[in-house]
Write a protein that binds this ligand. Structure first.
Ligand code: GLA
Length: 354
């Protein structure tokens, strides 16, 4: 059923936003650090029009679900929480947001670490900006989207995903300093392309998950080390004075920031791949956000010829691996999946160059 069949009118505007895959710089954004995401081809689209009554109506094509709320309602659950959060935050900034109909459709896979929620937030905000002529720019959209995620969906996230969804393209990496929001677009290492494979183990990051716990640990580590954020430390030895597990959490963040900075310094593609492999080990051993299925998938990828490097991407606790592979070699995915499935898992290719 399309917008017209659901709402009985045609939409007035539409907007889209992509998911993202992060190449390096994981769990660094809420430590004021550095990240290196790139947009993926999969996008979320919202169509919008004014509502005929006083309620907001949100419809998800994938879930075949309608959620109707008033502006004073409690936050709804699920996909509607992100949309509702964006509307409430705009209203808190003083914008008058009339009751609307909003129809969502998306090809961004959910629960695999490719930022389906940021894509929904950014598409919603861009749709509202265009419907209501709001004077907000793409960075403000990312900032409001991040707050929607934190205040209405319960994930105490950083700003990487929303910045990537709002500003990144699918052909170049977005290097972002999450403290200053200074950014640069950079080409992928020459001769390389990206392959993303889902482990088949879904992640669930929000309230109660290890994600928010990791953020608390990092803030505690920064406090004990006397810095504003772990970004302010560059020597991993400094973390050794911390108690367990804070020393390993801090070591991951410090070494990961160093890896991003090295990655953008004009290194070879093989060194870039080594940094990705080291990032995976650090996420697995120091940050403890991987799971056995993802470790097995990363291991197979790392042992496959034509793969320069591979690592868990996104928030972790399940999800997908990103690999940097030699250009034109995405057919290796067949053999990777065969080996992975032989271990009893069920993976699938999510992103591969054509
Ligand atoms: C999730 C969060 C991001 C970031 C990553 C981990 O995707 O939304 O802010 O912290 O995890 O790098």
């Amino acid at each position: 059923m399309n917008f017209q069949q659901i709402f009985g009118t045609t939409p007035e505007v539409e907007a889209t936003a992509p998911g993202r895959v992060n190449l390096l710089g994981e769990h660094t954004d809420y430590n004021d650090g550095f990240v290196l995401p790139i947009a993926i081809p999969q996008r979320t689209k919202v169509e919008l029009g004014l509502s005929q009554d006083t309620q907001y109506h949100f419809y998800s094509q994938e879930l075949e679900e309608m959620v109707s709320v008033a502006s004073k309602s409690l936050t709804p659950e699920g996909f509607a929480s992100y949309i509702f959060g964006c509307i409430q935050l705009l209203a808190k900034q003083g914008y008058k947001i009339p009751a609307i109909n909003l129809y969502v459709t998306s090809t961004v896979p959910i629960g695999v670490g490719l930022s389906s929620s940021a894509a929904l937030e950014v598409a919603t905000l861009k749709g509202l900006r265009s419907l209501l002529n709001l004077p907000i720019d793409d960075v403000q959209i990312a900032q409001i989207g991040q707050q929607a995620e934190i205040q209405y969906a319960g994930l105490n996230c950083g700003i990487m995903d929303q910045m990537a969804s709002s500003l990144a393209g699918t052909h170049s990496m977005l290097f972002l300093d999450t403290r200053t929001l200074e950014r640069r677009t950079l080409e992928l290492p020459a001769g390389g392309e990206i392959l993303v494979i889902d482990s088949g183990v879904n992640h669930a990051l929000a309230a109660g998950s290890g994600y928010n716990q990791r953020r608390v640990e990092c803030e505690e580590a920064a406090r004990l080390l006397g810095v504003k954020a772990l970004r302010d430390i560059t020597n991993p030895q400094v973390a050794q004075s911390l108690p367990e597990p804070l020393c390993r959490r801090a070591r991951h963040v410090i070494t990961e920031n160093n890896r991003v900075l090295e990655a953008i310094s004009g290194i070879s593609i093989s060194r870039f791949g080594e940094l990705m492999n080291a990032s995976h080990a650090s996420q697995r051993d120091d940050y403890e956000v991987s799971v056995p299925a993802v470790d097995a998938l990363a291991d197979i990828l790392q042992r496959t010829p034509a793969v320069y490097g591979a690592r868990l991407t996104g928030g972790g606790f399940g999800g997908a691996c990103v690999a940097l592979i030699a250009e034109g070699k995405s057919a290796i995915a067949t053999d990777v999946l065969r080996q992975y499935n032989e271990l009893g898992y069920s993976g699938q290719v999510l992103v591969a160059a054509k």
